[in-house]
Design a protein around this ligand. Structure first.
Ligand SMILES: Nc1ncnc2c1ncn2[C@@H]1O[C@H](COP(=O)(O)OP(=O)(O)O)[C@@H](O)[C@H]1O
Ligand SMILES: [Mg+2]
Length: 465
């Protein structure tokens, strides 16, 4: 509410004219009339300032009224007036003044002999009415003000409540959009994190790819060479077959006696041909070449399968995982990083299958094994062991490498922490290992002795909690 509005209302409340009908309401007059019957004369009445009748008490004779009204309208008497009637009765008229204004008149009527008493009781009556008016006025003012105050504070409260509900609505909308924003950002971070994990994995596999290409190329090379040799053998065998067929045709002729020399000549040719082709060697060599090629092809098949198992992108489905198979797949794809001076020990005990994301588990092993190989610097021992322990599968990956400085131990799982040269390490490997093991419901521990080696122990629950 403005300053102006407030002033306006206050002026209104104090400025209002209260007519006698409001100042001396009927019900009040009824009770005065009854309570003061002994003190006031038997007939009295009240008129307003315009001479209109407001209240009549007792046996007031209405026929008196017209004359009094006229007198008031004409003269607007400001003092007491008394008139004597022909029947010997007197009427005294008293103005009822309040706050310097004549609010109305009190008329009393009685026998003229008792004129003085009539005047006195009339005055007393007017005084009483004035008191009542004052009280009533004050009450009305106060209640009016109270009403105003109540109304004002109610209006004020209502306005404030409206404002509150508007701002509440605003905050609700704001918090809803904040929530959406947070969700969006969380989603973005999650996607970025997943992307980062995938990048890290692909980076590791990328680094391994040259070696893996070699791993594939080697068997592929001898398979091709074997196939070329086998092709030559096949041609030699075809030539021999031709000689044999010719011999068979000669043998099946009717005049066997006459053809004998040609049969003998053909046998000579076959013998010669076998000598040239080294048929015995050829027959012995074929299964060797085929065997070798088969195992080469199987080797390629395994590399591709293991590479697929480790490099397969995304979070696909949860599956039952054979931990030994996933460790072996990792060993396959890091094969070319394992120098001859590194001894790999697989100490596998029977362990149950685990339920989880296979490619994520293999990423754990890949990062741990690559770190171990980095630490080994081409010599020493890499030990991978598995153990079943109550409701867990425990996998340890241990190396006899350089170890981790005590001051670095608390930092190794932090993202981007690396002690490797630029281009050699991203510092994300262990961060992802930690994250992926936690996702699996497990935990990872590290023990390291600088100069002696490091052991990472992964505890993976068989039942996800
Ligand atoms: N087996 C380990 N032996 C010694 N140090 C290790 C080993 N594994 C991890 N570290 C240390 O932890 C750091 C962080 O490892 P990681 O998160 O895999 O990042 P990156 O291999 O890219 O450096 C490495 O830089 C290295 O200092
Ligand atoms: Mg690493």
């Amino acid at each position: 509410m403005t300053q102006f509005d407030q002033e306006h209302i206050e002026v209104d409340a104090f400025d209002r004219e209260y007519p006698i009908e409001e100042l001396l309401p009927q019900e009040l007059m009824e009770s005065i009339g009854t309570d003061s019957a002994d003190m006031l004369p038997g007939q009295w009445a009240i008129l307003n300032e315009k001479g209109n009748w407001h209240y009549r008490f007792g046996s007031w004779n209405p026929t008196l009224s017209g004359r009094l009204t006229n007198r008031i309208v004409e003269k607007q008497p400001e003092g007491e007036t008394i008139c004597v009637r022909s029947n010997g009765s007197c009427i005294a008229l008293f103005p009822i003044e309040y706050e310097l204004e004549i609010k109305g008149y009190m008329a009393v009527c009685g026998p003229c002999q008792a004129k003085h008493q009539l005047l006195e009781t009339g005055r007393a009556g007017v005084n009483l009415l004035k008191q009542l008016i004052r009280l009533k006025h004050q009450t009305m003012l106060t209640s009016g003000l109270h009403g105003l105050v109540v109304e004002e504070s109610y209006a004020d409260l209502k306005k404030k409540a409206e404002q509150l509900s508007i701002s509440e609505e605003k905050y609700r909308n704001l918090s809803a959009s904040l929530e959406i924003e947070v969700q969006k950002k969380t989603e973005e971070i999650r996607t970025a994190h997943a992307h980062m994990m995938q990048q890290e994995k692909m980076a590791a596999i990328g680094q391994l790819s040259a070696g893996m290409a070699h791993e594939i190329n080697n068997p592929l090379g001898f398979i091709l060479s074997n196939l070329t040799t086998l092709m030559g053998y096949a041609q030699d065998l075809a030539t021999l077959m031709q000689h044999y067929r010719h011999l068979a045709a000669l043998c099946s002729g009717n005049n066997r006696g006459g053809e004998l020399p040609s049969i003998q000549a053909q046998c000579k040719t076959i013998e010669k041909s076998e000598q040239t082709l080294d048929g015995a060697f050829l027959l012995a060599d074929i299964p060797v070449l085929v065997d070798e090629s088969l195992s080469g092809a199987q080797r390629i098949q395994k590399i591709v399968k293991d590479l697929k198992a480790v490099a397969r992108p995304g979070e696909s489905e949860q599956e039952l995982i054979n931990i030994h198979e996933s460790l072996d797949a990792v060993l396959t794809i890091v094969q070319n990083r394992i120098s001859p001076k590194i001894e790999v020990r697989r100490v596998f005990s029977p362990v149950p299958l685990l339920y989880g994301y296979p490619q994520e588990i293999s990423q754990v092993w890949l990062n741990l094994v690559l770190n171990a190989l980095d630490a080994l610097e081409n010599q020493g021992t890499l030990t991978i062991s598995t153990q079943a322990a109550r409701d867990q599968v425990v996998v340890t990956i241990s190396d006899t490498g350089m170890g981790i400085a005590k001051s670095n131990l608390p930092k190794i799982f932090d993202p981007f922490f690396t002690t490797k040269e630029v281009g050699q390490g991203t510092g994300l490997g262990l961060h992802l290992v930690y994250h992926l093991i936690a996702k699996q419901g497990g935990r990872i521990e590290v023990h390291s002795q600088p100069g002696q080696g490091t052991t990472f122990t992964a505890h993976l629950p068989t039942e996800k909690g």
